[in-house]
Design a binder for this molecule. Structure first.
Ligand code: HEM
Ligand code: NAG
Length: 510
């Protein structure tokens, strides 16, 4: 990725921000009013900027001292919370008071448009309704399962080759390609074939991921509007990437609409992908179709890849847990003493009922998501003056952020072993999976705006994991390596996740 200057590692930018903060703080910041109780101010905006590479851990260290705290900012009040009581209040009890507001959509609209992630109120309600109907259909369930199965077989073939030639692979890169291919296919009905190295698919995917990263940089660079106006620096780069994305997507939409209008016989073109299903209703609004489906792609692909990567990483750090997961998978598939030579054969055994018999794998996935929630922080704007259940005040316009990443590391929520990777915490005495309160395990948000793709995500994570971990064993290239995250909207692994892969004994060389 060829991003221009990394602003935050630029001392002039950091010093400049400090100066601006210092000057403006005294004039603009609305000091908490007398007589009202506010959360303790833990730091100023400058510290997170300086600590931005380790931002989530820095915010976690503050949360160990204060469950909920303020960060002094010249722009608006900033409140950060890990307290399940406050989280339940903002996401459910007083849901209507906490939304996206105007700021976030104004920064992200070039990529996300008016998709479900950026809107509040009636616009959100309408999309939520349509999307949740879509998610509950058997068509989507079946079509997406077949898609993930097909692509996981492709991944398995790549892993087999790597195992046979003792090659080191970047498993994170492969998961990113797998989920891009799969989610795009479910969304648009098109095979990008990143896993197979298709040039056009790879070009689109790179542009999409770069656009996503560049949009995120806007949050840290107040001058982005000026750069956009003059089309310079990262904004010029963003524009190029957005054009590649839009050209590609609008062409698909146009083709689909034309097919639809030309064909009298519906069954000839009617497909199960989401675009085909939406074109029937919204064929005269390509922009709306683009927004809906790109939001879907964005919602689905990175979180699934991220959860798989961190799972593999933790299982490499805990080989005994990796063995236990593999054992459960092979038992659920009734394959203790058989040999298998083909990933497709193996996949054919992974039935829905077999997936139900993998509570330990389910627990390991939840553990990966607890410690590495795809969305580490989720900010909401308070639309009115309010008081949180802990008795502290929130002013109109304050941004209240709940922090799934920090929450996963709080001993007061998870006990003294909060930092440990321990699937057992999700199982009861009989080994059955025991869900947690969504106000403690906030990775999927909670309340009316809970992630719509949670069941979808678990199903597909289990399809991928059962084959990947049932057929293969993994070891980190460098067993001492401690992997951190890369700062972006999601907690991606910081560096290539380089692993050795070997075949498990049930899965022998042909
Ligand atoms: C491990 C996987 C996943 C995690 C941790 C996750 C997490 C989240 C979170 C935190 C939100 C709330 C974001 C916000 O504030 O607006 C959300 C919303 C959403 N997610 Fe997921 N997600 C995952 C997978 C998926 C998948 C696979 C899909 C679809 C294919 C999906 C679809 C959605 C949609 C449509 C929303 C918007 C809901 C709304 O605003 O009403 N998610 N997800
Ligand atoms: C999955 O693979 C099978 C066999 O190669 C193929 O017939 C089918 O069309 C594929 N389905 C999807 C949704 O990719």
């Amino acid at each position: 990725m060829a991003v221009s200057v990394d602003l935050l590692s630029n001392p002039i930018f950091v010093l400049g921000s400090f100066l601006v903060l210092f000057i403006f703080h005294n004039y603009i910041h609305k000091e908490p009013q007398h007589g009202k109780k506010y959360h303790p101010t833990a730091t100023t905006l400058l510290q997170p900027l300086i600590n931005y590479k380790k931002l989530h851990d820095y915010m976690t260290s503050l949360a160990i001292r204060y469950k909920t705290y303020r960060v002094l900012s010249p722009f608006h009040g900033m409140i950060y919370t890990t307290d399940p009581v406050n989280v339940e209040y903002m996401l459910k009890t007083n849901f209507n008071n906490y939304g996206k507001g105007y700021y976030l959509p104004s920064v992200t609209s070039d990529l996300l448009g008016e998709g479900i992630f950026t809107v509040d109120g009636d616009k959100w309600r309408e999309q939520r309704k349509v999307a949740s109907q879509e998610f509950s259909t058997k068509i989507l369930r079946d079509y997406s399962s077949v898609t993930f199965r097909n692509n996981t077989i492709k991944l398995g073939e790549i892993l087999s080759q790597a195992a046979d030639s003792n090659q080191i692979i970047d498993i994170n890169d492969l998961f990113m390609k797998l989920t891009m291919d799969s989610i795009f296919k479910v969304g648009f009905g098109i095979d990008l074939d990143n896993l197979g190295g298709n040039e056009e698919g790879v070009r689109f995917s790179l542009a999409f991921d770069d656009a996503n990263n560049l949009i995120y940089k806007r949050f840290y660079d107040p001058s982005w509007r000026i750069k956009k106006f003059f089309n310079i620096g990262m904004e010029a780069e963003l524009k190029t990437n957005l054009k590649i994305v839009d050209d590609f997507v609008y062409k698909l939409i146009q083709t689909k609409i034309e097919q639809m209008q030309m064909s009298k016989d519906e069954s000839l073109f009617k497909k199960d992908d989401i675009l085909s299903r939406f074109v029937e209703v919204h064929h005269n609004n390509p922009k709306y179709l683009r927004d809906i489906i790109l939001n879907f792609v964005l919602a689905g692909k990175d979180p699934i890849a991220i959860s798989m990567s961190w799972l593999i990483y933790e299982l490499c750090k805990h080989p005994e847990i990796q063995e236990k997961v593999a054992k459960e998978i092979l038992e659920a598939l009734n394959m203790k003493n058989e040999e298998i030579t083909d990933v497709a054969d193996f996949m054919a055994r992974v039935s829905d009922s077999a997936l139900e018999k993998m509570p330990y794998l389910h627990a390991a996935l939840s553990e990966s998501i607890r410690l590495y929630p795809a969305l580490p922080m989720d900010p909401k704007v308070s639309f009115t003056d309010d008081v949180l259940p802990d008795g502290c005040n929130v002013n109109k316009g304050d941004v209240v952020t709940y922090m799934p990443y920090a929450m996963g590391r709080m001993k007061y929520i998870w006990g003294d072993d909060a930092l440990e990777f321990k699937p057992e915490r999700w199982l009861d005495q009989d080994g059955c999976y025991r869900p947690e309160s969504p106000f403690k395990f906030t990775a999927f948000q909670a309340g009316p705006r809970t992630c719509l793709g949670r069941d979808f995500a678990y199903r597909h994570l289990k399809i991928i994991a059962s084959v990947v971990l049932g057929c293969f064993a993994f070891k980190l290239r460098n067993e001492k390596e401690v992997m951190s995250y890369r700062l972006s909207i999601n907690v991606h692994v910081e560096a290539p996740l380089q692993v050795y892969v070997s075949r498990r004994s049930v899965f022998q060389n042909p």
